[in-house]
Design a protein. Structure first.
Length: 499
């Protein structure tokens, strides 16, 4: 059986806690790997390695940092397929989807390669007589990232490349459900020339998380995951004096107006709801159909959903893979099974789906629920699986009010041909990311990603300008220098004295 250990100080370090976690192949249900679960002492060793490395990395030149990042970007590009294969083997998503994940992570590496312009300061001269004021940004020290299972390569790359580009050192605690990609990312960084200890990876469960949140040498914590854990991370780390960005869960709505292109809207709903088996925080999980278009829209979604091919992620014909674990599969299925009792029309029920030859895999088919009420479990909870809820409203205003009443505010979208309605929507809807005829409005790397309300705890969104600001702190310097002409008598520097 394969074993995944920690990466500390530029080398593999065997787990010493005696605790191990199982990693399964979601397509077969078989345990293929064991991952070391770190003790508090092992987390401390990783933080110590990062602290030692910061003594030199924190003062390294921008040229040195970016040269390494450019080499790192080239290595990541050369190993796209290798990273994607690790993702598919442990997460289950299809290979093409895994490649897309790597591509989106590379965007932030590319942003980090251009950190020289992001770290430029400001200068105001002559604010008073011979007084100048400058503003600069400096690194924090040791920072940590705690990342989820659904994007085991992309989300870490949303964090550590920017953090180390800004001069920090990093301790990554990836999900223990699919840990191999994180180690491979760290190994490639070492090959690119990243000094030992600048990037460390410790695997673990709540013990490791709590150790990072409490460690006095960790200056900041980045997190992506569910809302309850995001709230816990924010509360605990803040109480320990740390800077925190904690991205939580979502219930993303897609508002479809009567004038929308229903074929385009149905295509978008299927791809946004069922891509990555619905295991993404930007998935559309609720379609709000306005007016009389609901029946036609549901039928179009159903026709498309029934054609999606589900199978192992390494099968090039598969369009959707299994869920990450059996327990998660069963939880997702429970929402579908309970939907009818709570008033929904079950248009598609994927709970009995299986794949021939892979009967022990964590399979679930696509489910479509219509006429869902806002007080049902399927609507209120983040299901995180291939389940799409359709709600009905009579007017645009009712639709926006429904969306804004949700405790989540991660992403949302509107489908319409009316520019005025789209403009109103982007101003009135209470969400951090908005798509206009775009179902999954994940910003490009040089803009920032993050939601509102219970989808974000902390002030900073992730990557983009917010990411740079999160991983640095500002300093303002006010300077006055005496004019050389005012030098003490007897010292003549040759400056005229008639001014």
């Amino acid at each position: 059986m394969k074993t995944v250990n920690h990466w500390i100080g530029g080398k593999t370090v065997e787990g010493a806690s005696g605790n191990w976690g199982p990693v399964t192949d979601p397509a077969t249900g078989a345990v293929t790997t064991q991952v070391a679960l770190a003790s508090t002492e092992e987390v401390g060793a990783a933080v110590a390695a990062a602290k030692e490395a910061y003594a030199t990395w924190g003062t390294a030149s921008l040229a040195q940092r970016t040269a390494i990042l450019f080499r790192y970007r080239a290595l990541l590009d050369a190993h796209r397929d290798d990273i994607a294969e690790l993702i598919t083997a442990e997460h289950g998503k299809v290979h093409s989807d895994a490649l897309g994940e790597v591509a989106r992570g590379l965007e932030i590496v590319e942003l980090a390669c251009g950190i020289t312009t992001q770290l430029k300061g400001e200068l105001s001269t002559q604010v008073s007589s011979r007084v100048d004021v400058s503003a600069i940004r400096q690194s924090l020290g040791v920072v940590a990232g705690i990342t989820p299972f659904n994007f085991p390569a992309m989300v870490p790359m949303w964090m550590f490349p920017l953090a180390v580009a800004c001069g920090n050192t990093f301790v990554l605690k990836p999900s223990e459900k699919d840990p191999s990609a994180a180690n491979f990312l760290a190994e490639l960084a070492s090959q690119a020339g990243l000094p030992d200890g600048v990037l460390n990876v410790v695997h673990g469960d709540k013990v490791a998380v709590d150790a990072l949140l409490a460690h006095p040498d960790v200056a900041a914590v980045s997190f992506v995951g569910s809302t309850p854990i995001a709230r816990y991370i924010h509360t605990t780390a803040s109480a320990n004096g740390k800077r925190v960005q904690a991205l939580g869960g979502a219930k993303n709505h897609m508002l479809v107006l009567p004038d929308a292109d229903l074929d385009a809207a149905a295509d978008a709903a299927v791809s946004a709801a069922y891509g990555s088996a619905g295991e993404r925080c930007m998935a559309i999980s609720a379609v709000v159909a306005v007016g009389a278009i609901g029946d036609e829209l549901v039928q179009k979604i159903r026709e498309r959903a029934e054609k999606i091919k589900i199978g192992p992620g390494n099968d090039p014909t598969s369009e959707m893979g299994p869920l990450i674990t059996k327990a998660h599969r069963d939880k997702v299925a429970s929402y579908v099974k309970g939907a009818a009792a709570q008033g929904a029309d079950v248009v598609l029920d994927g709970t009995g789906y299986t794949v021939g030859g892979f009967e022990d895999g964590h399979w679930i088919g696509l489910s479509l629920l219509d006429n869902v009420s806002t007080d049902s479990d399927a609507y209120r909870d983040e299901i995180f699986g291939p389940v799409l809820c359709v709600l009905r409203t009579e007017t645009y205003d009712e639709g926006v009010s429904l969306i804004n009443a949700s405790p989540y505010g991660n992403g949302t979208a509107i489908f319409t041909r009316d520019g005025g309605a789209a403009r109103r929507f982007q101003l009135e809807v209470q969400a951090g990311m908005v798509g206009v005829n775009v179902p999954i409005p994940v910003p490009v790397g040089y803009h920032s990603f993050g939601g509102w309300k219970d989808s974000l705890f902390g002030d900073h969104h992730i990557y983009g300008n917010d990411g740079v600001h999160f991983y640095t702190r500002g300093k303002v310097v006010t300077t006055r220098w005496p004019d050389p002409a005012d030098a003490p008598a007897g010292v003549d520097l040759g400056f005229p004295r008639n001014h």
